[in-house]
Each structure stands twice: as C-alpha cells, then as structure tokens.
Design a binder for this molecule. Structure first.
Ligand SMILES: NC(=O)c1ccc[n+]([C@@H]2O[C@H](COP(=O)([O-])OP(=O)(O)OC[C@H]3O[C@@H](n4cnc5c(N)ncnc54)[C@H](OP(=O)(O)O)[C@@H]3O)[C@@H](O)[C@H]2O)c1
Length: 271
C-alpha cells in the first residue's frame, strides 16, 4: 500500500495508537482526518496539529456514523483509506452484575463500530482507484486474557471478520489489512493496570515504534501485521494452544481467586 498522498480517516485518533498513526501518516504527506468522542481531546489535537481535521463522532452510535459519513465525504471526496482504530478495554468479572446494556459496551465500540463503519463507507471506497481498510485487532485476538473477556472476544471477532472481508473484497480496489498490536504504551494500557498484563511487560512496545513497524507492514502489503509479541501469540496459539492459554492466564487465575463470590475459581487457581 502506498503511504503518501492518501486521504485517511482514523477513528479514535485523539490518543494512543490512533494519534500516533495520525502523526506519522501526516508526516508522510497524507491528509489525515480523526474522530473521537471527547471534544476537549479533539480540540487539543487540533491545537497541536492545525492541519489535521477533527470530527466528533461515536462509533457505537449508528446515527453518528451516518452523520460522520455525510460530513467527511462532503468535505473530503478523495477519502480512500479507513482505519478502524477506536476501542476500549475493560477488566470485567463475569458474575452477572453488569446489566444487559453495560455488558455489551465493548462489543458496540470494538466490534459493531468497525462493522458499521465498513457497511457505511465501503460503497464510497470502492469508487476509488486505490483504497484500503485497516482494522485494529490485538495479540489478544489469538489468546484471550480472562480478566478482559469481552474485549478479547471482540478482537477475536474482528480478526475473523477481517479475514472474511478480505476474501469478499478480493479483486476490488479495496485492500484489507489487520493490525494486531502487542501490549503498547498508551492510555488504554495505563488504565488497564492488570498484574496479568504488567507481567507481560517485556512485550510492551513503545507506541512510536509499534506504529513504525505497522507502517512498514502496510508498505509491504502484509495483510496481517503482528508486531512484537503478537506474532509469538499467534504462532504459539497454533502450536500449543492449551499451554499458551494457561501460561497467559496464570496471573489472572490468581487475581480472580481473590474474588470471594467465585469459589469455583478459587479452587481452580490452586490446582
Ligand atoms: N494499547 C494496547 O496495548 C493495544 C493492544 C492491542 C490492540 N489495541 C487496540 O488499539 C486501538 C487503540 O487503542 P489505544 O491503546 O490507542 O487506546 P487509547 O489510547 O485509549 O485511545 C482510544 C481512542 O479511541 C477513542 N474512542 C474510544 N471509544 C470511542 C468511540 N466509541 N467512538 C469514537 N472514538 C472512541 C478515544 O477517544 P474518546 O475517548 O474521546 O472517544 C481515543 O481517541 C484499540 O482498538 C485497541 O483495542 C491496543
């Protein structure tokens, strides 16, 4: 994929990986548009990078996606790249205490968000000579971390969805990429604060480096880009799936065992 001269829309571009992608792509002579929910964060990006274009929009809201589409395609008819980056990650214990609305929060953002963005933007993208969709999954798409169960399920689903999308769009001008970041130093990671992830700290990548590796992958047309430990997770999840799942979740089992309302997990953690 050519990484200059494009018009690129990045969801969740006010922070972390999305912001770093926006900066590095902007430096490579692309027109960069970013979205986010928080108007203060959007204003701050606009202040620091006056040539970037900001749109307030929530990917979990279908009406907001329609409105974003109308504004963006009106303002930037040359739009040819969509980066589905916006995402949230929560630690959740699955004890039936969250309520039916809240339990689906990450599904609405991390899974339905990209699926709906593609549904809305794809007919427009297929009219371009060269176009691309880049979906953000995670190393946790390959091996789940049980303390973030809904998040990991959304990322595994995005991995699967992206494979299908790529096959369906074969032979069209729209290339489909998956970026599966490893643990990367961003506000999402800071907020997570789990022993389980911190114990994997040797695999934590600096956001600037992670994005540089990702852009190299895109330049080489690598369909599934797995920087750092994400590649290890994918390979090991195929070679030794049970061992990998157990290894990854050893600290999680100890954390969960501290919750007194889950006696069966307490038992499990001591085995
Ligand atoms: N950091 C990691 O270790 C890691 C590893 C693997 C994959 N990833 C994935 O990489 C992506 C970016 O993560 P990050 O670490 O950069 O997170 P981050 O620093 O927390 O940034 C998330 C961005 O998404 C936006 N966002 C969140 N919910 C949104 C919504 N409903 N609609 C529109 N924008 C929304 C946020 O802005 P507002 O809050 O203002 O909306 C922010 O700009 C996510 O998909 C994440 O799952 C991250």
């Amino acid at each position: 994929m050519k990484l200059s001269g494009s018009t690129i829309l990045i969801t969740g571009g006010t922070s972390g990986i999305g912001l770093e992608l926006a900066i590095q792509l902007y430096k490579r002579q692309n027109t960069v548009l970013i979205t986010g929910r928080d108007p203060h964060k959007l204003q701050e990006v606009q202040r620091q990078f006056p040539d970037m274009h900001t749109y307030q929009s929530d990917v979990s809201d279908p009406a907001a996606i329609v409105s974003l589409y109308q504004r963006v395609t009106h303002d930037f008819p040359d739009l040819n790249v969509l980066v589905n980056n916006a995402g949230e990650m929560r630690m959740l214990s699955l004890q039936g205490q969250h309520g039916l609305q809240d339990i689906g929060h990450e599904i609405a953002i991390n899974l339905l968000g990209p699926v709906r963005m593609v549904e809305q933007f794809l007919p427009f993208l297929t009219t371009k000579r060269q176009a691309a969709i880049i979906n953000m999954s995670s190393g946790l798409a390959f091996v789940p971390l049980a303390s973030a169960p809904i998040y990991c399920a959304t990322k595994a689903a995005i991995h699967s969805y992206t494979q299908s999308l790529r096959i369906q769009l074969h032979g069209t001008p729209v290339k489909v990429f998956e970026l599966a970041p490893p643990p990367t130093s961003t506000p999402l990671m800071d907020n997570f604060g789990s022993d389980a992830l911190n114990n994997q700290s040797s695999g934590v990548m600096n956001v600037d480096k992670m994005v540089r590796v990702a852009l190299r992958g895109l330049e080489k047309d690598t369909e599934e880009i797995r920087p750092g430990v994400s590649n290890v997770l994918k390979v090991m999840s195929r070679l030794a799936p049970t061992l990998m799942l157990r290894q990854m979740n050893r600290p999680v089992a100890r954390e969960l065992a501290k919750i007194p309302t889950l006696p069966f997990l307490t038992e499990h953690a001591h085995t």
